[in-house]
Design a protein around this ligand. Structure first.
Ligand code: COA
Length: 133
């Protein structure tokens, strides 16, 4: 398995994969990740099969996410490696804390990197008036 930072020629492939397996909202955030130099997105792959991705600095500065692992590949440690790679990328930029934006599985983040819930962030957050189309 290979873990690496995505590069520009893969933008459409990664975006289409994220749209197919997750959502068009996440595909939009992926587009922002590919506008950065270096690209603010890590991938996990086995041969030509994309297994997972993790972005940072997309919807807000110091934000981790979105991230996702192919359903059939979950539980193998892929998500955690992508998470740590992206958090290390944030640290390299000088951030001291990373924020999991719009946290889904909070227990996963608590277990993987000792993340804590920010009080009040379930009701006041950057996505609260999101246009859903
Ligand atoms: C969340 C997600 C990325 C985790 O990926 P994964 O590759 O299955 O995770 P890992 O195998 O690296 O799991 C790391 C650890 O967290 C645990 N874990 C995984 N998912 C968990 C969950 N939903 N709740 C609690 N613990 C979880 C694993 O058991 C593992 O523990 P271990 O180190 O003791 O073995 C994946 O489940 C996913 O794509 N979910 C759908 C999209 C999503 O919710 N993304 C996050 C949005 S904020």
């Amino acid at each position: 398995m290979v873990f690496r930072r995505a590069i520009a020629p893969e933008k459409q492939v990664v975006q289409a994969w994220v749209q197919q397996h997750f959502s068009h909202f996440w595909a939009s955030e992926v587009e922002v990740a590919f506008s950065r130099q270096p690209v603010a997105l890590w991938v996990a792959q086995e041969g030509q099969q994309l297994l997972g991705f993790a972005c940072y600095d997309c919807t807000a500065k110091a934000f981790f996410g979105p991230t996702g692992v192919l359903e059939a590949a979950r539980g193998r440690g892929i998500g955690k490696i992508l998470l740590v790679k992206a958090l290390e990328s944030l640290r390299e930029q000088g951030y001291v804390y990373g924020i999991i934006g719009g946290v889904g599985p909070a227990d996963y983040y608590a277990k993987a990197v000792d993340a804590r819930l920010i009080p009040g962030s379930d009701t006041h957050h950057v996505y609260q008036n999101l246009l859903r189309g």
